[in-house]
Design a protein around this ligand. Sequence first.
Ligand code: ADP
Length: 180
Amino acid sequence: MSGPSWRAGQRELDLVLGDITRFAAEAIGNAANARLAGGGGVDGAIHRVGGPAIMEECRRIRGGCPTGQAVVTTAGNLPARYVIHAVGPVWRGGEAGEAGLLASAYENTLGLAAARGVRTLALPSISTGVYGYPLELAAPIALGTVADFLRQDSSLERVTFVLFNAETMAVYAKALEALT
Ligand code: ADP
């Protein structure tokens, strides 16, 4: 189900309710952990649907991926060319640099997508599941960071947040309204 959208010239940021593993985009983002070890939530779903090729590549990335950074793998059986694994911060109350790390996880994801000439990118709501980042605080950072990136010139034409439940959609929709 598609929701509201925002535009900057020909570039578009939109919100969709659904499962990111079923979404057709050239690249999809993953909310990974620093060990790139797979897990529950969206990470588990991406590895389950994408198949073992993604984990094989993750294992070859020495040292995993620090919080706030991102790495790229192929997408296995997913309808995408790349998975961009970003590691968001665990919520520790807000005084541990969480906001900067969350913005940086998105920025690095967008940068890696643009470096590969990706035009369409789907993103999950990083850190707002098991990592406990409050949705109302995470949504403006997620959307603001993507909107800032789309205002610049890059290969990206459309970025879609694929949100898994109605509550997340409602909070993101409100934050998107505040952006426009
Ligand atoms: P984190 O550990 O970064 O919090 P989670 O995977 O626990 O990551 O949650 C991040 C967000 O991803 C949550 O909003 C959760 O509802 C959502 N999510 C879980 N499965 C999927 C999926 N298949 N597609 C899109 N979003 C998903």
